[in-house]
Design a protein around this ligand. Structure first.
Ligand code: HEC
Ligand code: HEC
Ligand code: HEC
Length: 130
C-alpha cells in the first residue's frame, strides 16, 4: 500500500521535475541506444541508454535473457512502474547495485523528439551479427 502510494507520488511529482530539468547532461555517444517508445508521449525526455558502458560490465544474457530485453532498438515495452518494481533497468538501478529510479535525469537525458535507435546508426541485425 505505502509502496504503491510512494510510487504514484514519485512518478507524478518528479515527472514535473524531469520535464523542467536543465539540459546539462546531454551526451549521447556513438553506440548509445535511444529509447523513446513512450517517453515523448508521456512528457519526459527520451532515454539515452549507454549500451557499451553496460556491455563491458555484464554478460549479454543478463539483460537479453534473464531481464527479457529484446535485442532490437525500440522493441521493448518498458513502463516506469516496472522499473520501480525492480524489472528491466530496475533490476540494477535500485539503490543497491546502482543508483536508483529516482534519478530521472540520468536516464531521461535525450533531446525531446529523438527517435528510438542506435546513435551512429551502427545497428547490428540480430543474432549472429556481432
Ligand atoms: C534507470 C533508468 C531510468 C530512470 C532512473 C528513470 N527512468 Fe523513466 N524510463 C526508463 C526507460 C528505459 C523507459 C522506457 C522509455 C520509452 O519506452 O520511451 C522509461 C519510461 C518512462 C515513462 C514513460 C512510460 C510510463 O511508464 O509512463 C515515464 C513517464 C518515465 N519513465 C518517468 C520517469 C520519472 C518521473 C523518473 C524519475 C522519478 C524516471 N522515469 C526515472 C528509464 C528510467
Ligand atoms: C545492462 C543490460 C544490457 C546488457 C548487459 C547488454 N544489452 Fe544489449 N541492449 C540492452 C537494451 C536496454 C537495449 C535497447 C533495447 C530497446 O531499445 O528497446 C539493447 C539493444 C541491443 C541490440 C539492438 C541494438 C543494436 O545495437 O543493434 C543488440 C544487437 C544487443 N543489445 C546486443 C547485445 C550484446 C551482444 C550484448 C553483450 C555483449 C549486450 N547486448 C549486452 C541492454 C543490454
Ligand atoms: C545488470 C545491471 C544493470 C542494468 C539492467 C541496467 N544498468 Fe545502468 N548501470 C549499471 C551500473 C552498475 C552502472 C554504474 C553505476 C555507477 O557508476 O554508480 C550503470 C550506469 C548507468 C548509467 C550512467 C552511465 C555513466 O556514464 O556513468 C546510465 C545512464 C544507465 N546506467 C542507464 C540504464 C538504463 C536506461 C537501463 C535500462 C534500459 C539500465 N541502465 C540497466 C547497471 C545496470
Amino acid at each position: 500500500m505505502r509502496r504503491a502510494r510512494w510510487r504514484r507520488c514519485a512518478i507524478a511529482g518528479l515527472l514535473a521535475l524531469a520535464g523542467l530539468a536543465p539540459t546539462g547532461t546531454l551526451r549521447a555517444e556513438y553506440g548509445d541506444v535511444i529509447i523513446n517508445k513512450r517517453s515523448d508521449q508521456e512528457g519526459v525526455r527520451p532515454v539515452v541508454f549507454p549500451h557499451w558502458f553496460h556491455r563491458i560490465r555484464y554478460r549479454c544474457k543478463v539483460c537479453h535473457q534473464e531481464l527479457g530485453f529484446k535485442m532490437r532498438a525500440g522493441a521493448n515495452d518498458v513502463l516506469m512502474t516496472d522499473i520501480i518494481d525492480g524489472k528491466f533497468c530496475g533490476m540494477c538501478h535500485n539503490h543497491q547495485i546502482a543508483w536508483g529510479p529516482d534519478r530521472c535525469e540520468l536516464c531521461h537525458s535525450g533531446l525531446p523528439g529523438l527517435p528510438s535507435g542506435i546513435v551512429g546508426g551502427a545497428q547490428t541485425s540480430g543474432p549472429g551479427r556481432w
